[in-house]
Ligand binder design. Structure first.
Ligand code: DX5
Ligand code: ZN
Length: 224
């Protein structure tokens, strides 16, 4: 399967949000990655429902919503109503992850689990068969434009093994510091989805950068 590219709206120009959403619509990207930060789970605050609804109105592709918030159960219904297609919660923020995942699905969304760089893959053993996506953080969550953490590579390979052994359908999404220099290696390790914020939006031609990421990662398929 060709890799899915999900540009992160966090790095968009919020004064020109509609323009940047149209760029994603017209690009080869498959998803919109939408980062929600509450200033408690992570040391930053991003944006809330009015902005998500504006993105939803402009977007012609699925919204992949990444919650970096404490107690996400309180807001599942709100995110469903705001138009989230995929909703990921952090394993570190959930006391009853199984219940949370099944509530997300019951509300008609795909369910994802996000894990911080220090969180081991072994914690996913008993939930991997129930989820649609693992959002593996390759930076400490909270900000765009950070440096990729190299330890991520072996975690991807370990997670791929777990997914296969459990007969899970979960996609592996890599979030943070994805760039032209590491995209192919990430896919070779087993990544299915690449989030890219700074790499796409700071490029002189963001749409061309999405195409470049696509091209770089499809060379893996050719050589496979
Ligand atoms: C970080 C966010 C990421 C971020 C990625 O907390 O979850 O999605 O926007 O940005 P880049 O690609 O710039 O590292
Ligand atoms: Zn994210």
């Amino acid at each position: 399967m060709p890799v899915i590219i999900a540009p992160s709206i966090l790095s968009a120009d919020f004064g020109n949000l509609n323009r940047d959403c149209q760029m994603i619509n017209e690009s080869e990207a498959e998803w919109f990655h939408v980062d929600i930060m509450d200033g408690v789970f992570v040391p930053n605050i991003s944006f809330g429902f009015p902005v998500i609804k504006a993105i939803k109105k402009a977007a012609q592709k699925p919204l992949d919503v990444h919650l970096m918030i404490v107690d996400p159960d309180r807001y599942i219904t709100h995110f469903a109503e705001a138009g989230a297609n995929i909703l990921s919660v952090h394993i570190e923020a959930c006391n009853h992850l199984h219940r949370t995942i099944h509530e997300i699905k019951r509300q008609g969304m795909k369910a994802g689990v996000a894990i911080n760089p220090h969180t081991g893959i072994s914690l996913l053993h008993d939930i991997i068969a129930d989820i649609d996506l693992v959002c593996m953080m390759s930076v400490n969550p909270g900000f765009g434009g950070q440096k990729f953490i190299e330890n991520t590579y072996h975690k991807i390979a370990d997670l791929k093994e777990l997914i296969i052994s459990k007969n899970s359908q979960a996609l592996i999404e890599i979030d943070g510091g994805v760039a032209t220099g590491n995209a192919l290696k990430l896919v070779q390790q087993g990544a299915d989805v690449l989030v890219a914020g700074n790499t796409v939006f700071s490029a002189p031609d963001p749409k061309a950068m999405v195409s470049e990421l696509k091209k770089i990662t499809s060379s893996d398929i050719i050589s496979a």
